[in-house]
Design a protein around this ligand. Sequence first.
Ligand code: KG4
Ligand code: ZN
Length: 351
Amino acid sequence: MAKPTILAIDTSCDETAAAVGRGQIILSNVIASQAQLHQQYGGVFPTAAKQAHREKIQPIIKAAIRQAGLGWPSIKAIAVTQGPGLAPSLEIGLQTALNLGQQHSKPVIPVNHIEGHILSVLAQAKPKQGYRRAIKPKLPALSVIVSGGHTEFVLVKKIGQYHRLGTTVDDAAGECLDKVGRLLNLGYPAGPIVESLAKKGNKKRFAFPLPMTNIKTFDLSFSGLKTHSKRLIKNLIVEEKLTKKTTADFCASLQEGVFNHILYKLTKLLDEVPVKELWLGGGVAANLTLRAKLRSLARTKKLTFRIPYSHKLTGDNAAMIALTAGYILERQPKTSAKSLDRRPRWAIGGN
Ligand code: KG4
Ligand code: ZN
């Protein structure tokens, strides 16, 4: 049976996103980034984010439907991110989805943003012609979500059935890269800039401590790496040594520190928890060094390694929300929300 066509909206943080999907196939994926707007604040400013979402959401939805080559009659349901995320940002997406649902008589499906990142590895591009065979993952899988707001290890027992095995106890990995990048005056978000500078840097120049090694859980912590960076950068500035070359070396060393921490905990986890696949999602999943480290670990452990097929699916996007809603509809075909409260702290698979 043909899968339903779903329009999805994500306004969880600072990207205004709409997309159309059908099963695993992504028909359109439109994203308006607010990065430039928040550059002046060095981070996301919630009131400005809400206003920008309000201005952009309608044209972005229109573009998503147009780029999918469809009209409203073909759309079966509207999916929307209910949380986690910034409350004022979430509110715009939820209001818009509920209004459109009423206006066009379509069911509205609330989706967890983290579940979206987890399942983003199952998305597929629309085939030029004919049919694309569905990805059928071997489960259980271990999903590693690394973004600006989250760093988690989630066991995917079944699609829709999750168990969180580890999470950061303070900052997220992306947040750590962004905050240290700010100290280095790299702009916002700093993650991608850190990656590009790191390519020319010496990762052995600065040593970073490996956090949480004396703690048995699979939880992570990045605030110590941030404090360590702060101290090193302060000294470099005082000693007038923060040259271009030193900045590149610092970026390479920082990346190594952040990613080795994830690798250390992940390796321990995989020693204890039997899984068949290793998945990587979230904004930092765009980073080639992180990908290479996880790919190599997956090879050692003989696990299938999956990452999203396009760069646009790693950061915040609505295509992953459309895909997730498709699975929700398969399990619960009658899902249809008439009112929805934002859930800024909606954890997935929590204990
Ligand atoms: O998933 P995402 O778009 O938003 C959240 O849900 O947080 O992730 C954004 C994060 C930011 O911290 C950004 O600096 C980081 O992903 N990021 C990267 C790269 N691209 C984005 N970090 C390292 N290397 C990259 N290439
Ligand atoms: Zn995200």
